[in-house]
Design a protein around this ligand. Structure first.
Ligand code: NAP
Length: 241
């Protein structure tokens, strides 16, 4: 067992939940970030039944007061945070041509996929600075890789979703910016691509399992070399920005 703590956002189901489960089984203490108390408590209950040391943390990443309360509780109970996994994300309208996607929908996607990740990282930074071998993982997407999107030979090339793809490209840039600043504090910041995974996000059309998706995120959070920062990974392979 370890007393290392990890906060995972959007963790009541799917990739976030499975990441919590895998890290919990490794012995980490889990803060299960969930925006709905009932769904969150039910998820925490299931994890606790598997022996995971879990606390449900009510957290809507798009709302300042919710994030402030979450910071206050973690500070109160632990006084530090070792790992932050910014997993919560939304797809926006899909499939839709870039020329037809309403600006309001794109804004909504950016609120969750970009601004909320910045808000969370800024808000929890004082607690991460107190953390042991602190790390931040941004759950991005291969659809945010301009290297892949611009390569006609790559399968991601054909998936042209303006709001979602560009939000993850922006999140990649956010990852790099925080990585540069936080290196001075020994805090690693990396992005993970879980791959196309069967979840509610895509009506379960993905070909990967949540177990496979979470394994790559868990590796980056706990087992990747500590010196690795400002990088983008799918499983243990680097993805081009
Ligand atoms: N599935 C894929 O194929 C795939 C591929 C690449 C990247 N990703 C990324 O992986 C991450 C997880 O995706 P997923 O497939 O697990 O999605 P999902 O099944 O839709 O689950 C998303 C989770 O995020 C939560 N969430 C959404 N908005 C939130 C908010 N404002 N505050 C707090 N929690 C919020 C949801 O909570 P509720 O249950 O309350 O709605 C849910 O727990 C996302 O960032 C996604 O972009 C997914």
């Amino acid at each position: 067992m370890t007393d290392r703590t990890v906060l995972i956002t959007g963790a009541n189901k799917s990739i976030g939940y499975e990441t919590a489960r895998q890290l919990g089984r490794e012995g980490l203490r889990i803060w299960l970030g969930c925006r709905d108390a009932e769904r969150g408590e039910a998820a925490a209950h299931r994890l606790a039944a598997e022996g995971v040391d879990v606390r449900m943390l009510l957290l809507d990443v798009t709302r300042d007061p919710s994030v402030r309360s979450a910071v206050a509780r973690v500070e109160d109970e632990d006084g530090r945070l070792d790992l932050l996994i910014n997993n919560a994300g939304i797809p926006g309208m899909q499939p839709i041509l870039p020329s037809a996607q309403p600006l309001d929908d794109i804004r909504t996607v950016y609120e969750t996929n970009v601004f909320a990740q910045i808000r969370m990282t800024q808000a929890f930074l004082p607690l991460l600075k107190e953390g042991l071998d602190a790390r931040v993982v941004m759950v991005s997407s291969g659809l945010g890789s301009l290297g892949w999107l611009s390569d006609p030979a790559n399968p991601h090339h054909a998936v042209n979703i303006l709001g979602y793809n560009s939000s993850k490209t922006a999140l990649n840039a956010v990852t790099l910016a925080f990585a540069k600043e936080l290196a001075a504090f020994g805090i690693a910041v990396n992005a993970a691509d879980p791959g196309y995974t069967a979840t509610d996000f895509n009506g379960h059309s993905g070909y990967r399992t949540v177990e496979q998706a979470a394994a790559g995120i868990a590796w980056l959070a706990t087992r990747a070399p500590g010196a690795l920062t400002g990088r983008f990974y799918f499983e243990q392979q680097e993805v081009p920005w």
